[in-house]
Write a protein that binds this ligand. Structure first.
Ligand SMILES: Nc1ncnc2c1ncn2[C@@H]1O[C@H](COP(=O)(O)OP(=O)(O)OP(=O)(O)O)[C@@H](O)[C@H]1O
Ligand SMILES: [Mg+2]
Length: 262
């Protein structure tokens, strides 16, 4: 048990398929490299695949955790947590899609309270868009990490997201332009994007972070930022940027990134 509560970071987007889950996995690897204990929570109830991507087959999922909390059957969080390695644990999305509709989301805050003193960082994956579930987790997050792509429709949706954030006076979020998952999609410049969404981009994941053999990594359950080969060839060059961004997300001083590289 730590003295301080871990930071809850929720990865969100308005459009599907913009690289949230891969970014979350790579970010978990970066936090491990920073010596942080990490919990991944998969709130993508129908299509989540964090456990699968890590080659983990959990017996119990978030459905069981929330259901057991509601029925007073909950004993210890360990029953619902699967371990990836000594730094990274996972609470999986439901395995049975029928469970997705029966999730007792009002018990999510109780679950987060039970786990928050055992981890430095809790990374939450979501389904894209504004939904009841997302609004609940936004409310419980220390920071929203908003991912968007260089795509006309996504820029329109992102402008809506920014407008809502301004309206509800929520400013604890970072805007990430993800150019790493589709290197050919770079039609709009940073200036165009800034003008369209009326908000500044905090970080750009450059095309240098594109992982060629991503399916191979996922099939083997390897997080690219933790694989020594990819780290040496690709991520090490970007490490100042990655450490700086990861530390910023949890409000910690950056000891590594000496200069602003984005
Ligand atoms: N850094 C990367 N390098 C190569 N391919 C990537 C990268 N990031 C994401 N992808 C690919 O882009 C696609 C979408 O990625 P991902 O599943 O992470 O998006 P998502 O926003 O979580 O999607 P969904 O909304 O369906 O949950 C996947 O096919 C993934 O393999
Ligand atoms: Mg996803």
């Amino acid at each position: 048990m730590k003295n301080e509560r871990g930071k809850i970071l929720t990865i969100t987007s308005m459009k599907g398929g913009v690289g949230k889950s891969i970014f979350l996995l790579n970010l978990a690897g970066v936090y491990q490299r920073l010596g942080k204990k990490v919990l991944l929570v998969d709130l993508d109830f129908s299509n989540g695949a964090l456990a699968l991507s890590l080659n983990i087959s959990p017996q119990k999922t978030i459905y069981h955790a929330l259901d057991d909390l509601m029925h007073n059957r909950f004993q210890t969080v360990d029953d619902y947590i699967s371990s990836y390695n000594e730094w990274i644990d996972v609470i999986s999305c439901p395995k049975d899609p029928r469970h997705a509709t029966k999730i007792e989301i009002r018990y999510l805050s109780t679950l987060l309270e039970r786990v928050s003193f055992s981890y430095d960082v809790i990374l939450v994956d979501t389904t894209h868009g504004f939904s009841k579930n997302n609004i609940i987790i936004y409310d419980h997050s220390d920071l929203l990490v908003y991912l968007m792509s260089n795509d006309l429709m996504d820029l329109k949706n992102s402008k809506n997201f920014m407008t809502i954030m301004k309206d509800i006076e929520m400013d604890h979020f970072r805007v990430i332009l993800n150019e790493s998952y589709m290197p050919s999609q770079n039609y709009f410049s940073d200036f165009d994007i800034h003008t369209m969404i009326e908000w500044k981009i905090d970080y750009t994941l450059s095309t240098k972070l594109y992982v060629k053999n991503l399916t191979g990594y996922l099939l083997e359950g390897i997080i690219p930022t933790l694989d020594e080969k990819t780290w040496e060839k690709k991520y090490k060059k970007e490490s100042d940027f990655l450490f700086k961004m990861a530390n910023d997300f949890i409000g910690e001083e950056d000891e590594y990134g000496k200069e602003d590289v984005h």
